[in-house]
Design a protein around this ligand. Structure first.
Ligand SMILES: Nc1nc2c(ncn2[C@@H]2O[C@H](COP(=O)(O)OP(=O)(O)OP(=O)(O)O)[C@@H](O)[C@H]2O)c(=O)[nH]1
Ligand SMILES: [Mg+2]
Length: 338
């Protein structure tokens, strides 16, 4: 059995990008630093989005930014590393800190994810607790309210997924939560449809401090493209494979080469823990990895507006979840002690 398997899925992506060379030659106005966005005082600050896994934090981050910066799936614990999305509203630049869902961690990777979420909450200017309104109040939310009480910052309660439930249930839930912990504002939104999202963005923009902007006007995320590209491949894997496997896998972009014809050659490695998992990722005659690769390639190409050649390698590394280097790649602290 070979250690690695490469799959490249080429598509007919050329057609849409006949003018790509011209686009590439254009100067990037933001390259020389942060431009002054508007006359008058600017605001800029950090908003931490906290919540249980699957509450819709990443979906809301993308909706607030207006483009995809964080991956989303129907499975819990999709977000691992901190993703910062940058939203603009008038003279305010709002840096949204999409955190991993908070839950009772058991394994090392889980502990690192939850610690990272709380650390970022403590560092933010504004806190938003996102609650899946369909799920309502449960132990996971209870466990979040206690520590939140001690963080003295403007805080909002955002009830999400209102497209799924009735208004009277919603009001009862808002009252119940507000009684347990008073919030400065309560929003009811659907991150999926965009309903109510503009009001949230406006409030964040009012709450962040007076400050020069930290990022260029056209920047939507602080994550380098190679990291987003790895996340996109992980998302496609999440969407394809059964529950247990994606958790035991991670994706890294190993190389990113701009070719002279304007296309990009990207090599990524998917790390799994067992040979049996490698077989699942590959699928029968390599069909699964081909599908993952072709979906990831199309999405990455759409974002960077260049033709992409994506090569995926699947490697078995038994203890990747105990390897500090893998955590560094994800931007997480490596928790000591098993
Ligand atoms: N119906 C509905 N579904 C939503 C809404 N917002 C998010 N979802 C779905 O909820 C699931 C979880 O969304 P994510 O944005 O990945 O949730 P998350 O809080 O970032 O999850 P973790 O990263 O695992 O903590 C996905 O299937 C989303 O499509 C919403 O407003 N309405
Ligand atoms: Mg997420």
């Amino acid at each position: 059995m070979p250690e690695t398997f490469a799959a490249e899925a080429e598509g007919d992506f050329d057609d849409d990008f006949d003018d790509e060379d011209e686009d590439l030659d254009e100067a990037d106005p933001a390259a020389d630093g942060v431009p002054a966005p508007l006359e008058g005082p600017t605001r800029c600050g950090f908003v931490a989005l906290l919540g249980a896994p699957n509450a819709g934090k990443s979906t809301l981050t993308n909706a607030l930014v207006g483009t995809k910066v964080s991956i989303v799936s129907h499975k819990v614990q999709t977000t691992r590393a901190i993703v910062r999305g940058i939203a603009l509203d008038g003279a305010a630049q709002v840096v949204l800190v999409d955190t991993p869902g908070i839950f009772s961690p058991k394994r090392r990777l889980e502990r690192a994810m939850v610690t990272s979420a709380w650390t970022h909450a403590a560092d933010a200017d504004v806190i938003a607790l996102l609650v899946d309104a369909k799920r309502g109040m449960d132990e996971e939310i209870e466990a979040l309210l206690g520590p939140l009480k001690d963080i003295r910052k403007p805080r909002a309660l955002i009830l999400n997924k209102i497209d799924l439930i009735r208004r009277d249930t919603l009001l009862a839930l808002a009252a119940q939560l507000n009684e347990r912990l008073p919030f400065d504002r309560v929003f009811m939104v659907s991150a999926l449809t965009g309903d109510g999202v503009a009001d949230v963005r406006r409030w964040f923009a009012e709450m962040v401090p007076l400050s020069p902007w930290l990022y260029p006007e056209d920047q939507v995320s602080d994550a380098p493209m190679r990291m987003l590209a790895a996340e996109i491949t992980r998302e496609k894997m999440f969407l394809r494979l059964h529950d247990e496997l994606p958790y035991r896998s991670t994706v890294e972009t190993e190389s990113w080469k701009e070719l002279r014809n304007g296309s990009v050659r990207i090599e990524q490695t998917i790390y799994v823990e067992r040979e049996s998992q490698r077989k699942i990722v590959l699928g029968k005659a390599g069909q699964t990895i081909k599908t993952i690769s072709s979906e990831a390639r199309a999405e990455i190409a759409g974002i960077i507006e260049q033709k992409v050649h994506l090569f995926l390698f699947v490697k078995v590394r038994e203890s990747w979840a105990d390897d500090p280097e893998r955590y560094r790649e994800m931007g997480l602290e490596f928790p000591k002690g098993g």
